[in-house]
Structures are given as structure tokens and as C-alpha cells.
Write a protein that binds this ligand. Structure first.
Ligand code: SF4
Length: 490
């Protein structure tokens, strides 16, 4: 299995360009129907990196539906995520554009392999990919978009002036636009029309935006995108079925299958498996053992807070609970020395000898000081959501609804959460969007810091990692403290 700490993120344009320098594939357009698979050598690392970065975007698109975002909000959030993880600029040096397009191309095909395996995954993948395509289509340079459209055969038949004039009355009746009749007619007169089989534009038929005649739909130029989007979806659905049929041959590859499994699990859980801060301590200030109780009350997500409360109640945590909570605290900034103090004090019903023999080694191991000395990353939401029973997994998924509501109220009522907030959270959990429920709880319990509904941890980003939750909460708290201190001085 490839760990998150092994990932190489090409945030540096030059670095990314270097990787793609010798790629034989050229990408004349920013938009892509992904007709040709990548037929060039790719490292396993690049294979995984490109897919994970794309998965972040698709997972955020899925979350947006669960969060009931408007189209404009969805576009803003997705474009922001794309800028961070999967930029696809309209202008730049040829080398840079090629490298970004190559990454886009490769990531799409890796995810096809991961998501062709079941009907449900295919359906969700098509939906998220089509949305991404629409967003890019909307934001594309008009001239380049036209060149892209001209480069493909969409099987539409241009309607000539005589035919347009013959059906003028009918076409005008279904032509949307200004309420002012003469303005609308003027726009209609300059509009170009295309004919396609009506089954290719069901959305336009449903909204009565096209004139239907003898099985043909007369589509105005401004609705041309519907044909393109429909074509994209049909094309991708066919391609996924073909990929699914070829997949058994790939199942023999022991390098790729674990990566593909990991990717599809992440998508099923609704969250990507990565968060950029998950491998190292994120807070500048070191955390002391005696600070953990207070931090847990103020800043921890429900999963870590539950483990903390269990530890305090039982003076003990089982192996995976210790592992998950310990790694979380490590990334939060608890040094190995402080971790030993923390765990020793927490396990106050056992002898020093037992603690040193049975627990100390594992604590040092998770800090990379024993065994194979690896820098273990803290568990992401995806990992917590897809593994483990309730005492060390994600409460939104693993608790019964009744227990979840009780836990939410007892944990967060001091942070402003009330029983009136529960129905929304429960509905989100019932729909299987666990991390979206957690994100809403973050928003609700941080409203006094100015966090608004839909904002998540900033710019609409959803929670994908317990440390992301805690880090953002601590950051907000610090900003508030600093400004309060500043006001006192003034
Ligand atoms: Fe923890 Fe993530 Fe679940 Fe929130 S969604 S409780 S951060 S595992």
C-alpha cells in the first residue's frame, strides 16, 4: 500500500513540467473527451498522485450536492479546489499547459480503472466527471472552446436559413430570452440552430426549450452545450463499461490493485484519502500533555473527542484507539516526550513497569523511533470511515443515530449546538454523507468565529481529516484571541 507520506505533489509548475517534458502526447485543447488512453510510461507514484488530486475535486463535487450548493457556489468551490490540486489554465507557456493537461488526462484514466467496478461507482463517477467537465466548459475561453467543438463530430446537423424561416413561429415559441418581445426576436434572428435526435437532449425537451419535429430536436446555439454534455456522459458511460470488461486482466498487477482499491474506497466514503497536513505537525506551538484536555473540549472533531472521553472514562484505550488517537496528537504537535507523559498519566491504573513494557514501545514506534522507523501519518476521514468499529472509527458512520445525537449534544452544546440543529445533521448522515455532517457541525460550532454555512474550513472545503478540523479550529481561536489582545492594547 502506498502511504500518504510517499506522495509527490506537483505544486511547483516547473517540477510538473519537468515530469511531462518527454511525454509523446500533445493536448491541443483544455477540454478533453478522454478518447485516447495514456499510452506512455508512468511511475507508480505519478499514477497515484494524479488520481488522488483528481479525486479531491470529484469528492468535493459530490459533497456540494449533499450540501445543496447552488450552481454558482459549486463552480466557485470547484474552481478553487482545481487551482490548488488540478490546475488547468487557459493561458501559460506551452510546456506548462501540456503538463497540466497530461496530469488531467492521466488522473481521469486512473480513476476510470478504480470506478468502473460497480454500477453505483460508475454512476457516481459519471455524474461527478460530467459536472467537472461542465464547469470547465463554462470557464473556457470562447475561441478555444469553439476550436474544441469543431475538432469533434457531434453529429449535429446545422439548420439552414430556409428551414429556420419555415419553422420560425414554432422555433420562436420555444426560444427563451428577454421578456421584451423585440429584443428576443432580434436575438433569435442571429441565432444558429442545430438538429439532433431528440433523445440526445432530454433536459432541453423536459424544459421545453426545443422545437420537436419528426424525431428531431431543433437546438438553438446557446443551448448547444446540452448536446456536448449529453455526449460526454454517454461517451464516458460506454468507456467505463468497456474498461470494466478489461479489468480482470489488471487484477493480477499487485502494484496497482491496492491503489485502485484505496481510491474507490475513498470515493465510496465520499471523501478523498488525503489532506496535505496529515504527515507532519501543523501547529507552530508545541502542545504539552496537560493542554490536551482543554484542546479536546474546544477543537477536536467528534471522532477524536470520543476517543479522548473514552480514555478519560476508562483510563484506557484499546490498541487501534491508541494508535489513531496517538497519531492525531502527534500531528497536532505533541512531541514524543510529551506523548509519553500524556499516555502515562492517562493510564494511571497500571504500574510503571507494565506501562514501559506494554505501551511505551508502541508510542515510540508511532513516532518512528522504533521498528522500521517510519513516519506514520495520522488517519484520514476516509480511513476512519471505512475501517473499524465505533470506538475508533468515525462516529457519524459507526454510532447508532440515537447515540450520535446524544454524543453531539453532550460534546458540542457548550459550543452552541442545540437539538434544533440535529435534524439537519441526522438527514445528512442518513444520506451517507458522513463527512458533510461533520463539516456542518464544524460550521455550526464555529459560527461565533464568523464561519458561515457552506464555508467549511474555508472557501467551502469539507472536512477530510480530523487534524484538518482541529487545525482550523485552533487557527480560528488564535485569530480571535490575537485580535482581542490587540484591542486591549489599543
Ligand atoms: Fe472524524 Fe472525519 Fe468522522 Fe469528522 S468525518 S468525525 S473528522 S472521521
Amino acid at each position: 500500500m502506498f502511504k500518504s507520506t510517499d506522495r509527490k505533489v506537483f505544486h511547483d509548475d516547473k517540477e510538473l513540467a519537468q515530469v511531462t517534458k518527454h511525454s509523446p502526447v500533445k493536448y491541443p485543447y483544455r477540454l478533453n473527451f478522454y478518447d485516447r488512453p495514456p499510452l506512455y510510461d508512468v511511475t507508480v507514484e505519478e499514477f497515484e498522485t494524479c488520481a488522488l488530486d483528481r479525486l479531491r475535486i470529484l469528492a468535493e463535487i459530490e459533497s456540494s450536492a449533499a450540501r445543496n450548493r447552488s450552481w454558482e457556489e459549486l463552480k466557485t468551490v470547484t474552481n478553487k479546489q482545481c487551482t490548488n490540486h488540478l490546475p488547468l489554465q487557459t493561458t501559460g507557456t506551452q510546456e506548462l499547459l501540456e503538463s497540466q493537461r497530461r496530469k488531467d488526462h492521466l488522473g481521469h484514466f486512473v480513476l476510470r480503472l478504480a470506478f468502473c467496478r460497480s454500477e453505483d461507482l460508475r454512476r457516481r463517477f459519471i455524474k461527478a466527471e460530467s459536472t467537472l467537465f461542465r464547469i470547465r466548459y463554462d470557464g473556457d475561453n470562447t475561441e478555444e472552446r469553439q476550436l474544441f467543438l469543431n475538432s469533434r463530430d457531434f453529429n449535429w446537423i446545422p439548420v439552414d436559413a430556409a428551414e429556420k424561416s419555415k419553422y420560425r413561429r414554432e422555433l420562436l415559441a420555444s426560444y427563451s430570452g428577454s421578456k421584451n418581445e423585440s429584443v428576443r426576436e432580434q436575438a433569435f434572428d442571429t441565432e444558429r440552430y442545430y438538429k439532433v435526435k431528440w433523445t440526445r437532449v432530454p433536459d432541453l425537451v423536459e424544459k421545453r426549450k426545443v422545437f420537436l419535429k419528426a424525431g428531431w430536436a431543433y437546438v438553438p446555439g446557446k443551448e448547444q452545450s446540452s448536446i456536448v454534455f449529453q455526449e460526454f456522459e454517454v461517451h464516458l458511460a460506454k468507456a467505463l463499461e468497456l474498461t470494466a470488461r478489461s479489468l480482470p486482466r489488471l487484477d493480477e498487477d499487485s502494484r496497482l490493485v491496492p491503489i485502485l482499491d484505496n481510491l474507490s474506497q475513498g470515493f465510496l466514503a465520499g471523501v478523498p484519502s488525503e489532506w496535505s497536513g496529515s504527515g507532519e505537525a501543523i501547529n507552530g506551538d508545541e502542545i504539552k500533555a496537560e493542554m490536551v484536555d482543554d484542546l479536546a473540549k474546544r477543537h477536536f472533531p467528534l471522532c477524536m473527542r470520543s476517543m479522548h472521553d473514552n480514555l478519560r472514562r476508562d483510563h484506557h484505550l484499546k490498541h487501534f484507539g491508541r494508535l489513531n488517537y496517538g497519531l492525531f496528537l502527534k500531528v497536532l504537535g505533541l512531541s514524543i516526550e510529551e506523548a509519553v507523559v500524556f499516555w502515562r498519566k492517562s493510564f494511571d491504573r497500571i504500574t510503571d513497569d507494565k506501562f514501559n513494557k506494554e505501551y511505551k514501545y508502541n508510542i515510540r514506534h508511532s513516532y518512528g523511533l522504533e521498528g522500521k522507523r517510519a513516519n506514520y501519518a495520522a488517519k484520514s476521514c476516509q480511513q476512519l470511515l471505512t475501517s473499524g468499529p465505533s470506538d475508533h472509527g468515525c462516529p457519524y458512520r459507526h454510532f447508532s443515530l440515537e447515540n450520535l445525537q446524544t454524543a453531539l449534544l453532550s460534546t458540542y452544546s457548550s459550543r452552541g449546538l442545540t437539538s434544533a440543529d440535529l435534524p439537519e445533521i441526522v438527514a445528512t448522515v442518513k444520506a451517507g454523507h458522513y463527512h458533510v455532517a461533520c463539516t456542518r457541525v464544524f460550521e455550526m460550532t464555529h459560527s461565533s468565529f464568523g464561519v458561515k454555512k457552506g464555508e467549511g474550513t474555508g472557501g467551502g472545503e469539507s472536512i477530510t481529516h480530523p487534524n484538518q478540523y482541529a487545525a482550523k479550529s485552533m487557527e480560528l481561536y488564535k485569530v480571535q484571541q490575537d485580535s482581542a489582545e490587540k484591542m486591549l492594547v489599543e
